[in-house]
Design a protein around this ligand. Structure first.
Ligand SMILES: C[S@@+](CC[C@H](N)C(=O)[O-])C[C@H]1O[C@@H](n2cnc3c(N)ncnc32)[C@H](O)[C@@H]1O
Length: 352
């Protein structure tokens, strides 16, 4: 009975988040159109039957999320783990920031950073206002708004999509059953604000966690989040995912969530090769990112609108890229693909 109640609460919470995100997107795009009337309409209309399909996929994602929690892949409490105080605190800032975002997007200014931001030493492809974000990934304000913005973008389903890495990760680690849980090392590449690491910590409480990202501001935010959890603090490091600063064959599991679509093709290959190098023989590498054209041709209008509405310079190539082939080229084998809602997952193994 209590499970039914928890499930109903979970479903209701997610419907609420999805309505809120929809209302926010409608209102903000109408306001933008008032302030900056669109010169030509490049956005593809999304027919109601497609919206219904998207809703069905969202429902399936939530169902899987619930089942994985019920089946013990992770504690049910994770389903209700949201940074509410941050959301309340930073939601007004999302609105206050919007006029700058609109101006940047209308004037096609894609590489704009505040004067106090140090941009030396980053790869040029990274110095972008992805999603027209103020300061790209390089300020504390960007890090503070990020989780809220991603929740709105994905209709409240961002964490449920991130959690889909947990079942294959736990499954893949079974090959190391003779290793003590404390000796299991997991790296989250491009850990951002640390949400995926927090989930891995809940699913694998004893493992040693590591995270890296290029953004000092996002790492600071991740450190703030992760240091609230009792137990060993994940080790965070500023690093380019193309040149992971870890020993060869060091990690039993490596994950990477929502980064690949923001990389040019050459960098995508280099990250996969770096992940291969640091993964132990027999270890697992999991990529979670946007669906691609080959997964869901029917969702193409939405993928096209995404690259039109958000500044995502590498997305057009990403959606046609053969990531499976890239993983194989690096040496991974036994590559499985899954699709949940609007994300795809590549689960690859380093030969034992
Ligand atoms: C869309 S965010 C995803 C963050 C996080 N994984 C999540 O689930 O929200 C992309 C992240 O990739 C990081 N990033 C982009 N290119 C990178 C690179 N070459 N090396 C390391 N991190 C990178 C950014 O700083 C940002 O934190």
């Amino acid at each position: 009975m209590s499970d039914i109640f928890t499930n109903l609460t979970y479903q209701a919470l997610n419907q609420g988040k999805s309505y809120f995100a929809f209302a926010h997107k409608q209102l903000s795009s109408q306001l933008k159109n008032l302030v900056y009337p669109p010169a030509e309409q490049k956005i593809k209309p999304v027919p109601p039957e497609l919206l219904l399909k998207v809703q069905t996929r969202l429902n399936q994602l939530l169902e899987t999320d619930w089942k994985d929690a019920e089946g013990g892949v992770y504690p049910q409490s994770l389903l209700f783990d949201h940074p509410w105080s941050d959301f309340l605190r930073y939601y007004p800032l999302v609105w206050l920031d919007l006029p700058q975002v609109w101006e940047r997007s209308t004037k096609k200014r894609y590489q704009e950073f505040s004067a106090d931001i140090e941009t030396d030493g980053y790869p040029s492809y990274y110095l972008q206002n992805f999603h027209h974000q103020t300061d790209g990934y390089l300020s504390d304000m960007s890090a503070n708004l990020y989780d809220l913005q991603v929740e709105i973008l994905f209709g409240g389903a961002a964490d449920a999509m991130r959690r889909r890495i947990l079942a294959p990760l736990k499954g893949g680690l079974k090959i190391f059953a003779d290793v003590s849980p404390r000796q299991i090392r997991i790296l989250d590449v491009a850990c951002g604000t640390g949400r995926t690491l927090k989930m891995i910590r809940a699913a694998l409480p004893q493992s040693s966690l590591f995270g890296c990202d290029l953004s000092p501001a996002y790492l600071r935010k991740a450190n703030e989040l992760l240091s609230q959890i009792p137990g060993e603090l994940p080790q965070l490091m500023q690093a380019n995912a193309e040149e992971l600063p870890y020993l060869d064959n060091y990690f039993h599991g490596v994950t990477c969530v929502f980064m690949f679509h923001e990389l040019p093709a050459t960098a995508r290959q280099r990250v996969i090769e770096a992940a291969f190098r640091v993964t132990k023989p027999g270890g697992i590498f999991i990529i979670c990112d946007s669906i691609q054209k080959s997964d869901s041709k029917d969702l193409m209008p939405m993928m096209e609108n995404f690259q039109e509405l958000f500044h995502e310079p590498y997305y057009r190539h990403y959606i046609t890229d053969d990531l499976g082939e890239r993983l194989q080229k690096a040496g991974f084998e036994n590559i499985e693909t899954q699709v949940h809602f609007v994300s795809k997952y590549l689960i690859a193994h380093k030969p034992a």
